[in-house]
Write a protein that binds this ligand. Structure first.
Ligand code: NAD
Length: 497
């Protein structure tokens, strides 16, 4: 079986403090063996990155950007291989993997504008013959810790911008599907990135803890579940590091009685079940205003779900694949069972679907649960599976209160034809990313991504303009060149004009 190693100073290494299998979730087979980095390799990687930092930070931004131009081309040329790796270890169908990669590449395109983004600000004559400017300086060595559900896109949210800002980067990918992240990191060398500027360490908690406590790391970007995000944020900041930690989600769509219901139903199906519901922006709760609308929506959804094709990534006609692991499949099935025993109505039950030829895969079929109440566990917690729940309410205000009271605030959407209602909703809802008749309002690469409440810890959102702020520190320089006519004696009062 092939080993998955680390990328250290431009070379693959297999040092390990143990190993762990990586599974193909469609077949349930162990397909590769992951090397878990020992503590001394974490220290070595940080030392190498610190040694590489000075000359990398001194490169003109345009030269760093040129590496990203080449990198974008390499990602596109290697699209099939990247999608195959995503499919093999994550289970995502090829068309969905291609979408993930494309959204990642858009972050590389944004990073190509480094020279423009890092220009800074300049003011002439802030005082007599005094000029002042602010510049964005890189932080040093920064780390990224990423989740299983986007093994290409989420790392690409982080390292292209961190690198063009002049930092060195250490990536710790998810141990569940690490090959994609390692592969895309290796392409950077081919694009011309100097050795040691980008490295990959494989492993789990002990590697993460090693990075969080290491004095040579200046900042940590994290994306994953909320309990771990909280832990990372607390540990990183207690250890004096800058941190942004994006957490879990429970995304609601309000379905208004005046909306185009057929369109809303189609949009909901794609956004709830795409990628097996394993997206932090998956629309997992439809909050339907009015009993009649809810009855019509449930009746419309059922036949659509019956037609969905669930299977392995090899067949591009499938709509979605397996969930990530056997344990996760059991967890998702457990939420479905809990909703049923709490009194909700199981309209479509996806527990243990038959997928011919893939009987040992971790499949959950599309599931629709109606009459869900806010006190049910299946409503309160993130399921992260192909499960949509319908909560019935009497008014838009009731729907908004429900959303505002939920602990997560990542994404939300309203389906309506009423511009005034939509404007009120987007203006007042306590959620970070809002769609109006757009079910997955994932911001494009030149806007930043982030939720509110328990969906994000830290002050800045991920990628886009906020990433320049996150991956640099501001320095403001005030300059005067004394000459005969401006030379003056000591001044003891605060300088003013
Ligand atoms: P996870 O929290 O289990 O793992 C994320 C990363 O943390 C992995 O690299 C993992 O190795 C590491 N990790 C796990 N346990 C740890 C521990 N005890 N100490 C230190 N590090 C640890 O998340 P996941 O299951 O890989 O991903 C799914 C979750 O990520 C969902 O909750 C989803 O909503 C969330 N997510 C959020 C966003 C967002 O932008 N807000 C995007 C994608 C995924």
């Amino acid at each position: 079986m092939e080993n998955i190693g680390h990328l250290i100073n431009g070379k693959l290494r297999e040092d390990n403090a143990g190993t762990q299998p990586v599974y193909n979730p469609a077949t349930g087979e162990a397909i590769r063996e992951l090397m878990l980095a020992p503590d001394d390799l974490v220290n070595e990687a940080v030392d190498i990155a610190n040694a590489a930092f000075q000359s990398w930070r001194d490169q003109p931004a345009i030269k760093r950007a040129r590496i990203m131009f080449k990198y974008k081309q390499l990602l596109e040329e290697n699209k099939d291989e990247i999608c195959r790796l995503i499919g093999e270890e994550h289970g995502k169908i090829a068309h969905d993997a291609a979408g993930e990669l494309q959204r990642g590449i858009e972050n590389v395109e944004y990073a190509c504008a480094a020279a423009e983004l890092l220009k800074g600000e300049y003011s002439k004559n802030v005082g007599p013959s005094i000029d002042s400017w602010s510049e964005h300086q890189p932080l040093g060595v920064v780390a990224g810790i990423t989740p299983f559900n986007f093994p290409a896109m989420v790392p690409l949210w982080m390292f292209p911008m961190a690198l063009v800002c002049g930092n060195c980067f250490i990536l710790k990918p998810s141990e569940k599907d690490p090959s994609t992240s390692l592969f895309i990191a290796m392409l950077l060398k081919e694009a011309g990135l100097p050795d040691g500027v980008m490295q990959v360490l494989q492993g789990g908690k002990s590697v993460v803890d090693g990075l969080l406590t290491h004095k040579g790391i200046e900042a940590v970007s994290f994306v994953g579940s909320t309990p771990i995000a909280k832990y990372i944020y607390e540990q990183a900041t207690q250890n004096g590091k800058r941190c942004q930690a994006l957490g879990g989600a429970k995304n609601h769509a309000i379905v208004m009685p005046d909306c185009d219901l057929e369109n809303a139903a189609n949009q909901l199906v794609g956004a709830a079940y795409g990628s097996s519901g394993e997206r932090c922006m998956a629309l997992s709760v439809a909050v339907v205003v009015g009993q009649e609308t809810a009855d019509s929506l449930a009746a419309m959804l059922k036949p659509k779900l019956d037609e969905l094709r669930v299977g392995a990534f090899y067949d591009n006609d499938n709509d979605f694949g397996p969930v990530i692991s056997r344990e996760h499949k059991e967890k998702v099935n457990g939420y479905i069972s809990s909703a049923e025993s709490d009194g909700a109505i199981l309209v479509v039950d996806g527990r243990n679907p038959e997928v011919e030829g893939y009987e040992s895969g971790y499949f959950v079929g599309p599931t629709l649960i109606d009459n869900v109440l806010p006190n049910m566990t299946s409503y309160q917690e993130e399921i992260f599976g192909p499960v949509m729940q319908i909560v019935r309410v009497d008014s838009m205000q009731e729907a908004m209160t429900l959303i505002d009271n939920h602990e997560y605030g990542n994404g939300t959407c309203i389906f309506t034809r009423d511009g005034e209602a939509a404007r009120y909703f987007s203006d007042n809802i306590k959620v970070g990313m809002v769609g109006i008749n757009v079910p997955l309002p994932v911001p494009v690469a030149y806007h930043s991504f982030g939720g509110w409440k328990q969906s994000l810890f830290g002050d800045l959102h991920a990628y886009g303009p906020d990433s320049v702020k996150f991956y640099t520190r501001r320095k403001t320089i005030t300059q005067r060149w004394p000459s005969a006519n401006v030379r003056e004696g000591a001044v003891f009062s605060m300088p003013t004009l």
